[in-house]
Design a protein. Structure first.
Length: 349
């Protein structure tokens, strides 16, 4: 099957971090999230991939080009105006052909795509939707199925007293061509809120595939940090970069760590970082290329993008710091996402 990745949204939930970078290019363990997703698809022998883009599409195309460098073939569809998840899928129809996968571009998961495809074929459904169990489904689209897995009801963000199941839409779909043919062309609509309920009302056969593998929507700063904690601690298999200097600590080339600094795993540092004397880095810290941590500063449970700088005696905890942002000496940053006007000449200071 081909894979279609919905990568055109602005991701306002991650503002201000995504003001100048499209959501799929946000770094996860110092590599664009979309790289991790493409590797996951390739591991399941999905090598023909269509990307729907809209917000800052050139950044994605310039990085991935034809996809050959990543072992896949990439094709691009650019939305001149936002079309919603449903409109984006329909807009890519000329490139899709037979049954195909659809992926939301902000879901980190270990879903077994081969097994989902087998269930889809056995079910005979026109659409299959991956389902995952969550403790609190009130912030998600809840999907009810019968004993055979056939979808019988959709409910978007139910109130607590309306929750009939804890299984939610997990953002991976399989579409047959006949389902795509029933979608309206040239209009903006949501696949979740518009098409699926309408298709169910028309008695379209839709199948829910329950899966218990790792799943996380990384669309908020809090969940973005959680993704890093989970990957650093092995809850989701990933490929670390750099040299492992001790168990749980990876360091990139030409990174300088003072003998008086304290590194507490799990930690990942990119290339060319500088960690000053008495600085404390970790646990659960990820530093991009060229990050500088000043004397006596502390960074924990945080992600610092490339060429960010933390001044002497400053503290960064449970925070995301964008590229080139400078955290002043003595400052305390806790539970924040910092980007935008602070982006200056960190690499020149």
């Amino acid at each position: 099957m081909k894979g279609l990745i919905l990568a055109g949204g602005k991701s306002t939930r991650l503002y201000p971090l995504t003001l100048n970078i499209p959501k799929p290019m946000v770094p996860i363990l110092n590599r664009p999230f979309l790289e991790h997703m493409i590797e996951w698809l390739r591991s399941h022998d999905i090598r023909d991939i269509v990307l729907t883009t809209g917000y800052l599409p050139h950044a994605i195309r310039e990085h991935f080009k034809s996809g050959a460098g990543h072992g896949v073939k990439l094709e691009y569809v650019v939305e001149e105006e936002p079309l919603g998840t449903g409109g984006a899928i329909k807009n890519a129809e000329p490139l899709l052909g037979d049954a195909f996968f659809v992926f939301n571009g902000d879901i980190l998961t270990g879903l077994d795509l081969r097994e989902m495809a087998r269930h889809h074929r056995r079910s005979g459904a026109s659409v299959s939707i991956s389902l995952t169990w969550v403790e609190d489904p009130t912030a998600y689209g809840v999907i009810e199925t019968d004993a055979c897995g056939r979808i019988v009801r959709f409910r978007e963000k139910p109130a607590p007293d309306e929750v009939a199941t804890h299984y939610i839409n997990a953002g991976t779909y399989i579409f047959e061509p006949q389902a795509l043919a029933e979608m309206p062309a040239g209009t903006r609509f949501s696949i979740e809120r518009d098409f699926y309920p309408q298709a169910l009302a028309r008695a379209m056969h839709m199948h829910g595939y329950r899966d218990s593998s790792y799943w996380l929507d990384i669309g908020t700063a809090e969940k973005y940090l959680q993704a890093h904690r989970d990957m650093l601690t092995g809850k989701l298999e990933c490929r670390e970069t750099g040299r492992q200097v001790e168990c749980g600590a990876w360091v990139g080339a030409e990174t300088e760590i003072s003998p008086e600094a304290r590194i507490t795993p799990p930690v990942l540092m990119g290339a060319g970082c500088v960690i000053a004397a008495r600085a404390r880095v970790g646990p659960h810290a990820v530093l991009g290329d060229g990050v500088r941590v000043g004397e006596g500063a502390a960074v924990a449970d945080s992600v610092l993008w490339s060429h960010a700088a933390v001044g002497a005696e400053a503290t960064v905890e449970r925070s995301v710091v964008g590229s080139d942002v400078i955290i002043p000496a003595g400052a305390r940053l806790v539970g924040e996402a910092r980007a935008g006007q602070e982006q200056a000449a960190a690499r020149a200071t």
